[in-house]
Design a protein around this ligand. Structure first.
Ligand code: 1BN
Ligand code: ZN
Length: 316
Protein backbone atom coordinates (compact mmCIF):
# COMPACT_ATOMS: atom_id res chain seq x y z
CA UNK A 1 0.00 0.00 0.00
CA UNK A 2 1.43 3.42 -0.94
CA UNK A 3 1.53 5.92 1.90
CA UNK A 4 1.16 9.67 1.41
CA UNK A 5 2.88 11.01 4.55
CA UNK A 6 6.34 12.59 4.48
CA UNK A 7 9.19 10.19 5.24
CA UNK A 8 9.80 11.76 8.69
CA UNK A 9 6.26 10.87 9.77
CA UNK A 10 6.51 7.43 8.24
CA UNK A 11 9.70 6.74 10.15
CA UNK A 12 8.06 7.85 13.36
CA UNK A 13 4.92 5.82 12.61
CA UNK A 14 7.06 2.77 11.86
CA UNK A 15 8.99 3.15 15.12
CA UNK A 16 5.74 3.50 17.10
CA UNK A 17 4.23 0.59 15.15
CA UNK A 18 7.28 -1.59 15.75
CA UNK A 19 7.29 -0.81 19.47
CA UNK A 20 3.57 -1.56 19.73
CA UNK A 21 4.01 -4.76 17.72
CA UNK A 22 6.86 -5.93 19.97
CA UNK A 23 4.86 -5.08 23.07
CA UNK A 24 1.79 -6.81 21.70
CA UNK A 25 3.81 -9.79 20.51
CA UNK A 26 5.71 -10.27 23.75
CA UNK A 27 2.64 -9.79 25.89
CA UNK A 28 0.66 -12.16 23.69
CA UNK A 29 -1.87 -9.49 22.74
CA UNK A 30 -1.64 -10.19 19.03
CA UNK A 31 -0.70 -7.78 16.27
CA UNK A 32 -0.78 -4.04 16.75
CA UNK A 33 -3.40 -2.18 14.70
CA UNK A 34 -2.20 -0.95 11.29
CA UNK A 35 -3.00 2.79 11.19
CA UNK A 36 -3.61 2.53 7.43
CA UNK A 37 -6.11 -0.32 7.73
CA UNK A 38 -9.86 -0.04 8.25
CA UNK A 39 -10.52 -0.40 11.99
CA UNK A 40 -13.94 -2.00 12.51
CA UNK A 41 -13.75 -1.44 16.27
CA UNK A 42 -13.31 2.28 15.81
CA UNK A 43 -16.15 2.37 13.26
CA UNK A 44 -18.28 0.46 15.78
CA UNK A 45 -17.53 3.10 18.42
CA UNK A 46 -18.77 5.74 15.95
CA UNK A 47 -22.06 3.79 15.70
CA UNK A 48 -22.34 3.86 19.51
CA UNK A 49 -21.83 7.64 19.46
CA UNK A 50 -24.41 8.12 16.68
CA UNK A 51 -27.00 6.02 18.51
CA UNK A 52 -26.45 8.21 21.60
CA UNK A 53 -28.05 11.08 19.64
CA UNK A 54 -31.30 9.05 19.68
CA UNK A 55 -33.71 8.63 16.73
CA UNK A 56 -32.43 10.82 13.89
CA UNK A 57 -35.20 11.28 11.29
CA UNK A 58 -34.88 13.93 8.57
CA UNK A 59 -35.69 17.42 9.85
CA UNK A 60 -35.21 16.52 13.54
CA UNK A 61 -33.13 18.35 16.15
CA UNK A 62 -31.25 15.10 16.85
CA UNK A 63 -30.22 14.89 13.19
CA UNK A 64 -29.03 18.51 13.24
CA UNK A 65 -26.88 17.71 16.32
CA UNK A 66 -25.61 14.53 14.66
CA UNK A 67 -24.69 16.52 11.56
CA UNK A 68 -22.71 19.03 13.60
CA UNK A 69 -20.78 16.19 15.25
CA UNK A 70 -20.09 14.49 11.89
CA UNK A 71 -18.79 17.76 10.41
CA UNK A 72 -16.43 18.17 13.39
CA UNK A 73 -15.09 14.63 12.95
CA UNK A 74 -14.54 15.14 9.21
CA UNK A 75 -12.75 18.45 9.71
CA UNK A 76 -10.50 16.89 12.38
CA UNK A 77 -9.56 14.26 9.79
CA UNK A 78 -8.57 17.00 7.31
CA UNK A 79 -11.57 17.09 4.95
CA UNK A 80 -13.27 20.17 3.52
CA UNK A 81 -16.99 19.83 4.20
CA UNK A 82 -19.80 21.32 2.11
CA UNK A 83 -23.39 21.46 3.30
CA UNK A 84 -25.91 20.85 0.52
CA UNK A 85 -29.05 22.25 2.17
CA UNK A 86 -32.50 22.08 0.59
CA UNK A 87 -36.17 21.89 1.47
CA UNK A 88 -37.81 18.59 0.64
CA UNK A 89 -41.42 18.35 -0.37
CA UNK A 90 -42.67 15.41 1.76
CA UNK A 91 -46.09 13.87 2.54
CA UNK A 92 -46.04 15.66 5.93
CA UNK A 93 -45.08 19.02 4.41
CA UNK A 94 -41.79 20.77 3.64
CA UNK A 95 -38.79 19.47 5.63
CA UNK A 96 -35.30 20.99 5.80
CA UNK A 97 -32.63 18.49 4.77
CA UNK A 98 -28.84 18.68 4.40
CA UNK A 99 -26.46 16.39 2.54
CA UNK A 100 -22.85 16.58 3.68
CA UNK A 101 -20.12 16.37 1.05
CA UNK A 102 -16.60 15.94 2.39
CA UNK A 103 -13.90 16.56 -0.20
CA UNK A 104 -10.25 15.48 -0.42
CA UNK A 105 -8.41 16.62 -3.57
CA UNK A 106 -6.40 14.09 -5.56
CA UNK A 107 -3.97 14.47 -8.45
CA UNK A 108 -6.97 14.30 -10.79
CA UNK A 109 -10.18 16.34 -10.53
CA UNK A 110 -12.11 13.18 -11.44
CA UNK A 111 -14.04 11.94 -8.45
CA UNK A 112 -14.55 8.64 -6.67
CA UNK A 113 -17.52 8.99 -4.35
CA UNK A 114 -18.15 6.80 -1.31
CA UNK A 115 -21.56 7.44 0.17
CA UNK A 116 -24.16 6.41 2.73
CA UNK A 117 -27.14 7.84 4.56
CA UNK A 118 -27.12 9.33 8.04
CA UNK A 119 -30.85 9.82 8.67
CA UNK A 120 -32.92 7.13 10.39
CA UNK A 121 -36.46 6.13 9.55
CA UNK A 122 -39.18 8.01 11.42
CA UNK A 123 -41.29 5.71 13.62
CA UNK A 124 -43.89 6.93 16.09
CA UNK A 125 -44.89 3.64 17.75
CA UNK A 126 -41.40 2.62 18.93
CA UNK A 127 -37.95 4.08 19.49
CA UNK A 128 -35.84 3.47 16.39
CA UNK A 129 -32.13 4.32 16.75
CA UNK A 130 -30.94 2.71 13.49
CA UNK A 131 -27.58 1.35 14.66
CA UNK A 132 -27.20 -0.55 11.39
CA UNK A 133 -29.68 1.34 9.18
CA UNK A 134 -28.29 4.86 9.11
CA UNK A 135 -25.69 4.41 11.86
CA UNK A 136 -23.39 1.94 10.13
CA UNK A 137 -23.11 3.89 6.86
CA UNK A 138 -22.24 7.16 8.61
CA UNK A 139 -19.79 5.41 10.95
CA UNK A 140 -18.19 3.58 8.01
CA UNK A 141 -17.61 6.86 6.17
CA UNK A 142 -16.11 8.46 9.28
CA UNK A 143 -13.60 5.62 9.61
CA UNK A 144 -12.73 5.95 5.91
CA UNK A 145 -12.30 9.69 6.51
CA UNK A 146 -9.54 8.93 9.02
CA UNK A 147 -7.67 6.60 6.66
CA UNK A 148 -7.92 8.07 3.16
CA UNK A 149 -5.92 11.28 3.82
CA UNK A 150 -2.96 9.05 4.81
CA UNK A 151 -2.96 7.23 1.48
CA UNK A 152 -1.64 8.27 -1.89
CA UNK A 153 -4.55 8.58 -4.34
CA UNK A 154 -4.94 9.64 -7.95
CA UNK A 155 -8.62 10.56 -7.77
CA UNK A 156 -10.35 13.23 -5.75
CA UNK A 157 -12.46 11.61 -3.04
CA UNK A 158 -15.91 12.71 -2.00
CA UNK A 159 -17.51 11.18 1.07
CA UNK A 160 -21.23 11.90 0.87
CA UNK A 161 -23.63 11.63 3.81
CA UNK A 162 -27.17 11.62 2.40
CA UNK A 163 -30.08 13.06 4.32
CA UNK A 164 -33.62 11.79 3.72
CA UNK A 165 -32.83 8.36 2.33
CA UNK A 166 -35.75 6.92 4.25
CA UNK A 167 -39.40 7.38 3.31
CA UNK A 168 -41.15 9.84 5.59
CA UNK A 169 -44.31 7.68 5.44
CA UNK A 170 -44.24 4.84 2.88
CA UNK A 171 -41.52 4.18 0.31
CA UNK A 172 -42.49 5.49 -3.15
CA UNK A 173 -40.57 7.15 -5.96
CA UNK A 174 -41.39 10.57 -4.48
CA UNK A 175 -41.26 9.64 -0.77
CA UNK A 176 -37.67 8.31 -0.49
CA UNK A 177 -34.09 9.11 -1.54
CA UNK A 178 -34.59 12.86 -1.04
CA UNK A 179 -30.91 13.63 -0.56
CA UNK A 180 -29.54 11.57 -3.45
CA UNK A 181 -32.22 12.79 -5.87
CA UNK A 182 -31.44 16.38 -4.86
CA UNK A 183 -27.65 15.95 -5.24
CA UNK A 184 -27.95 14.40 -8.70
CA UNK A 185 -30.16 17.32 -9.81
CA UNK A 186 -27.72 19.86 -8.37
CA UNK A 187 -24.59 18.27 -9.83
CA UNK A 188 -26.34 17.98 -13.19
CA UNK A 189 -27.28 21.66 -13.25
CA UNK A 190 -23.76 22.62 -12.07
CA UNK A 191 -22.24 20.49 -14.86
CA UNK A 192 -20.27 18.46 -12.27
CA UNK A 193 -21.94 15.06 -12.50
CA UNK A 194 -19.57 13.93 -15.26
CA UNK A 195 -16.60 14.24 -12.88
CA UNK A 196 -17.79 11.17 -10.94
CA UNK A 197 -16.04 8.02 -12.18
CA UNK A 198 -17.59 5.68 -9.63
CA UNK A 199 -19.90 5.79 -6.64
CA UNK A 200 -19.70 3.15 -3.90
CA UNK A 201 -22.73 3.20 -1.61
CA UNK A 202 -22.71 1.42 1.75
CA UNK A 203 -25.87 0.68 3.71
CA UNK A 204 -26.47 -1.64 6.68
CA UNK A 205 -22.91 -2.95 6.73
CA UNK A 206 -22.58 -3.70 10.46
CA UNK A 207 -25.11 -6.50 11.06
CA UNK A 208 -23.85 -9.50 13.07
CA UNK A 209 -24.68 -11.79 10.18
CA UNK A 210 -23.20 -10.00 7.17
CA UNK A 211 -24.37 -10.99 3.71
CA UNK A 212 -24.07 -8.67 0.73
CA UNK A 213 -25.93 -9.88 -2.34
CA UNK A 214 -24.98 -8.64 -5.78
CA UNK A 215 -27.28 -5.72 -6.45
CA UNK A 216 -28.92 -6.10 -9.84
CA UNK A 217 -29.38 -2.33 -10.30
CA UNK A 218 -25.70 -1.59 -9.77
CA UNK A 219 -23.33 -1.01 -12.69
CA UNK A 220 -21.98 -4.32 -14.07
CA UNK A 221 -18.26 -3.41 -14.16
CA UNK A 222 -18.32 -2.14 -10.57
CA UNK A 223 -20.13 -5.27 -9.36
CA UNK A 224 -17.52 -7.36 -11.16
CA UNK A 225 -14.63 -5.38 -9.66
CA UNK A 226 -15.93 -5.34 -6.06
CA UNK A 227 -16.92 -9.01 -6.03
CA UNK A 228 -13.56 -9.93 -7.56
CA UNK A 229 -11.80 -7.96 -4.79
CA UNK A 230 -13.95 -9.71 -2.16
CA UNK A 231 -12.97 -13.10 -3.68
CA UNK A 232 -9.30 -12.12 -3.60
CA UNK A 233 -9.60 -11.30 0.10
CA UNK A 234 -11.34 -14.63 0.81
CA UNK A 235 -14.72 -13.03 1.58
CA UNK A 236 -16.93 -15.12 -0.77
CA UNK A 237 -19.05 -16.11 2.27
CA UNK A 238 -20.07 -12.49 2.78
CA UNK A 239 -20.27 -11.28 -0.82
CA UNK A 240 -22.69 -13.57 -2.61
CA UNK A 241 -23.34 -13.61 -6.30
CA UNK A 242 -27.12 -13.84 -5.86
CA UNK A 243 -28.70 -10.94 -7.78
CA UNK A 244 -31.12 -8.87 -5.67
CA UNK A 245 -32.45 -5.45 -6.65
CA UNK A 246 -32.85 -2.83 -3.91
CA UNK A 247 -33.95 0.75 -4.33
CA UNK A 248 -31.33 2.88 -2.61
CA UNK A 249 -29.32 6.11 -2.93
CA UNK A 250 -27.28 4.74 -5.85
CA UNK A 251 -30.34 4.51 -8.13
CA UNK A 252 -30.68 8.25 -8.95
CA UNK A 253 -26.97 8.19 -9.92
CA UNK A 254 -27.30 5.05 -12.06
CA UNK A 255 -30.37 6.56 -13.73
CA UNK A 256 -28.33 9.69 -14.51
CA UNK A 257 -25.56 7.60 -16.12
CA UNK A 258 -23.06 7.42 -13.23
CA UNK A 259 -21.37 4.06 -12.53
CA UNK A 260 -22.52 3.08 -9.05
CA UNK A 261 -22.72 0.09 -6.72
CA UNK A 262 -24.78 -0.56 -3.60
CA UNK A 263 -23.20 -2.68 -0.87
CA UNK A 264 -26.17 -3.40 1.36
CA UNK A 265 -26.35 -6.05 4.09
CA UNK A 266 -29.90 -7.24 3.75
CA UNK A 267 -29.91 -10.34 5.95
CA UNK A 268 -30.19 -8.39 9.20
CA UNK A 269 -31.70 -10.63 11.87
CA UNK A 270 -32.47 -14.32 12.09
CA UNK A 271 -35.60 -14.62 9.93
CA UNK A 272 -37.52 -13.32 6.97
CA UNK A 273 -34.83 -12.98 4.31
CA UNK A 274 -33.95 -11.05 2.31
CA UNK A 275 -34.43 -8.19 4.78
CA UNK A 276 -34.04 -9.83 8.18
CA UNK A 277 -36.28 -9.40 11.19
CA UNK A 278 -34.30 -6.54 12.84
CA UNK A 279 -34.70 -4.27 9.82
CA UNK A 280 -36.85 -1.19 10.60
CA UNK A 281 -37.60 -2.44 14.14
CA UNK A 282 -36.61 -1.50 17.69
CA UNK A 283 -34.12 -4.41 17.40
CA UNK A 284 -31.82 -2.36 15.17
CA UNK A 285 -29.37 -1.75 18.03
CA UNK A 286 -25.62 -1.98 18.61
CA UNK A 287 -26.17 -5.41 20.22
CA UNK A 288 -27.01 -6.71 16.75
CA UNK A 289 -23.99 -5.07 15.10
CA UNK A 290 -20.41 -6.24 14.90
CA UNK A 291 -17.00 -4.60 14.36
CA UNK A 292 -15.99 -7.67 12.31
CA UNK A 293 -18.66 -6.97 9.67
CA UNK A 294 -17.50 -3.36 9.37
CA UNK A 295 -13.90 -4.54 8.96
CA UNK A 296 -14.82 -6.94 6.15
CA UNK A 297 -16.64 -4.27 4.15
CA UNK A 298 -13.95 -1.71 4.99
CA UNK A 299 -11.18 -3.95 3.64
CA UNK A 300 -13.12 -4.62 0.45
CA UNK A 301 -13.85 -0.93 -0.14
CA UNK A 302 -10.25 0.16 0.55
CA UNK A 303 -8.87 -2.51 -1.79
CA UNK A 304 -11.41 -1.48 -4.45
CA UNK A 305 -10.33 2.16 -4.15
CA UNK A 306 -6.73 1.05 -4.55
CA UNK A 307 -7.65 -0.89 -7.72
CA UNK A 308 -9.61 2.09 -9.09
CA UNK A 309 -6.67 4.42 -8.49
CA UNK A 310 -4.47 2.10 -10.57
CA UNK A 311 -7.02 1.22 -13.23
CA UNK A 312 -5.79 1.93 -16.77
CA UNK A 313 -9.45 1.93 -17.90
CA UNK A 314 -10.41 5.15 -16.10
CA UNK A 315 -9.46 8.56 -17.55
CA UNK A 316 -6.53 10.40 -15.90
C1 1BN B 1 -32.38 0.57 2.95
C2 1BN B 1 -32.41 0.82 4.26
N1 1BN B 1 -33.53 0.97 2.44
C3 1BN B 1 -34.28 1.47 3.43
N2 1BN B 1 -33.59 1.40 4.56
C4 1BN B 1 -33.90 0.88 1.06
C5 1BN B 1 -35.00 -0.07 0.78
C6 1BN B 1 -35.97 0.28 -0.12
C7 1BN B 1 -35.09 -1.29 1.39
C8 1BN B 1 -37.04 -0.56 -0.40
C9 1BN B 1 -36.16 -2.13 1.12
C10 1BN B 1 -37.12 -1.78 0.23
ZN1 ZN C 1 -34.11 1.91 6.37
Amino acid sequence: MRKFKPRRHLGQAMRVGLAAWMLGGFAGWGRAADPYAFNGSRAFSFIERLVDFGPRPAGSKALAETRQWIVGQLQQSGWTVERDAFTADTPIGPLPMVNLIAKLPGVSRKVIMVAGHYDTKRFTKFRFVGANDGGSSAAFLLELARILPRQKHRFTYWLVFFDGEEAILHWTATDSLYGSRHLVARLTSDGKLGRIQAMILVDMVAGNHLVIHRDADSTAWLNKLVFHVADRLGYQRYFRNTPTAVDDDHVPFVDAGVSAIDLIGLDYGPDSPPFGSYWHTAQDTVQHCSPASLTIVGRVVLATLEDLNHSPHLPP
